[in-house]
Design a protein around this ligand. Structure first.
Ligand SMILES: NC(=O)c1ccc[n+]([C@@H]2O[C@H](COP(=O)([O-])OP(=O)(O)OC[C@H]3O[C@@H](n4cnc5c(N)ncnc54)[C@H](O)[C@@H]3O)[C@@H](O)[C@H]2O)c1
Length: 322
């Protein structure tokens, strides 16, 4: 068993030796996760090259980072000078070779699609300096499979940040089959240096986070599908009974039902076990475009700017299609 939990202590952070050679970090993909990853690295003194195929996505990402840092300033957790110097450490690129020229580490956070990730990693491997570590923020794709498309399997690793990155403490670190110990140590120390808690796991479908979380969400959807209870009852039971901050159906809406569906398929195919088969209701909702927050409706109706929880009309009747 090679699973370890490390609580960062001041001593450990100060003794951080392995990550000292990391100064320049390139982040590929400037979406939801990419902007948060750039935020935490720049705030902790690293030079960040943000790279995306879309300049618009990067403009939006910089605006989001600035807005989130303003919030930190108003809370007193960051001062104005630190905000300005952090923002100045982030540069944007649409050209991969230029973004990676002096990179000590690349963190890939592009769209969750296996063919796209393999294409990106081949490109990264061709242009990144030889010593550069290649990390991916994938939620479910095999690190070993990604690494096997590079000539530096020992330096490829999973660095799975949680959403929203500036707030969530955990980084799930995933060792691919060929990842060497030096790479893992460097990423552990880097994680500690940005004030987050690393947990190291091995490369099996869904790693730990999604192997446990997604079947719970899928089971909630199956319970709804079978008419055992309604949306509100299922989420209330898990919130008040199990002290979860939000119910599994609300969480599924936040994650995106398409993402949940794709992760369930990775688990189902990866383990070849029927217990991971995605719920038919989940498949139907994805095919019909009811994806949760991102499409405006999933199990709940989501209106921009409103935090009110309104169950979708489609599930208003508790005995829906029993
Ligand atoms: N959203 C979450 O809650 C979450 C949580 C943990 C991990 N992840 C993982 O993080 C990764 C990114 O997810 P996201 O939610 O930020 O996605 P997103 O759709 O918000 O952003 C993806 C970005 O990748 C860019 N991109 C696409 N092709 C590219 C290419 N060839 N080169 C450079 N950039 C490219 C897109 O333009 C877009 O800006 C995925 O692997 C996802 O599984 C997501």
């Amino acid at each position: 068993m090679n699973t370890e939990t490390l609580e960062p202590t001041l001593t450990e952070v100060n003794m951080n030796s392995h990550s000292l050679h990391i100064k320049n970090i390139a982040v590929i993909g400037a979406g939801t996760m990419g902007n948060g990853i750039c935020h935490v690295f720049s705030q902790n003194g690293y030079n960040v090259n943000m790279m995306d195929v879309s300049q618009d996505a990067m403009n939006r990402a910089i605006a989001t980072i600035a807005k989130n840092m303003d919030r930190q300033v108003s809370k007193g957790t960051l001062n104005e000078d630190e905000k300005l110097s952090s923002l100045a450490r982030i540069k944007t690129f649409t050209d991969m070779a230029a973004a990676l020229k002096d990179a000590d580490l690349v963190v890939e956070a592009a769209t969750e699609n296996i063919d796209l990730k393999i294409k990106i990693f081949k490109e990264i491997d061709a242009v990144a300096p030889e010593k550069c570590i290649l990390a991916t923020n994938t939620s479910s794709i095999s690190i070993t499979r990604i690494a096997s498309n590079t000539k530096r399997m020992d330096k490829v690793i999973g660095m799975h940040f949680m959403n929203p990155v500036p707030v969530m403490k955990l980084v799930e670190i995933i060792n691919g089959y060929g990842t060497d110990r030096a790479t893992t140590n460097t990423i552990i120390d880097l994680t500690l240096s940005i004030g987050k808690v690393p947990c190291v796991v091995n490369d099996y479908p869904g790693f730990i986070s999604n192997r446990i979380l997604m079947p719970m969400i899928n089971e909630a959807i199956l319970s709804l599908q079978e008419g055992v209870a309604g949306v509100e009852e299922i989420d209330t039971i898990m919130k008040l009974g199990m002290a979860h901050p939000m119910g599994p159906l609300q969480l599924a809406d936040f994650i995106g039902l398409d993402t949940c569906y794709s992760i369930m398929n990775v688990l189902h195919m990866g383990f070849g076990n029927q217990k991971y088969a995605p719920a038919t209701l989940l498949a139907n909702m994805v095919q019909a475009g009811f994806l949760g927050v991102k499409s405006g409706e999933g199990f709940y109706v989501h209106t921009p700017g409103s935090k009110e929880l309104i169950v979708s009309e489609r599930f208003a009747d508790k005995k829906w299609k029993m």
